[in-house]
Design a protein. Sequence first.
Length: 203
Amino acid sequence: MATLLHLDSAVFPQGSASREVTAAFVQTWREQHPDGKVVYRDLAAEPLPHLNAEAVGAGAEHPLRGELAAELAAADAVLIGAPMYNFTIPSTLKAWLDHVIIVGHNVGPDSPVAGTPITVVASRGGSYAAGTPREDAEFVQNYLGKLLTSMFAAEVDFIVPELTLAHTNPQMAELIPLADSSRAKALTDASEKAKALASRLAA
């Protein structure tokens, strides 16, 4: 029985693009892998405390850090909702990362997380794709891709719903068709990736 660790970090429980896509992923995962287990953390609804000196010093012996690290190590796959806020990830997700990355315990090529497939839903209000004016301000995919592969040697994949503000920002009205296309692709990608992953882990 495979375990999926699902993290959401979008502030709003309703109307969130990242939450919509992670929900589609989980729905397909459950349909394709009914015997699988889903462990869920809503980092916005129940934020973790910032890392402090005591927690750093205790490492994996710290109750919360140990719990989070064990939860991650036990996961066969991880799903992270990571909307872009002010060019980067939400502070709640950063707090989770700070707690769960424990040098000397789960970092490096021999990490218990090594090879674990991690799917990140990196939604954003505009577009930061290669060739766009804001390409140089893309600090979600670049950051998480580098962090999760270098620290954990994890297998990282991204789903990127973009232009999510097109329907509410009059200045982006002409981009609504592209936004709708991006949303549809993200939902399709989520279902396809969940199906493939559930099948792979059930084999």
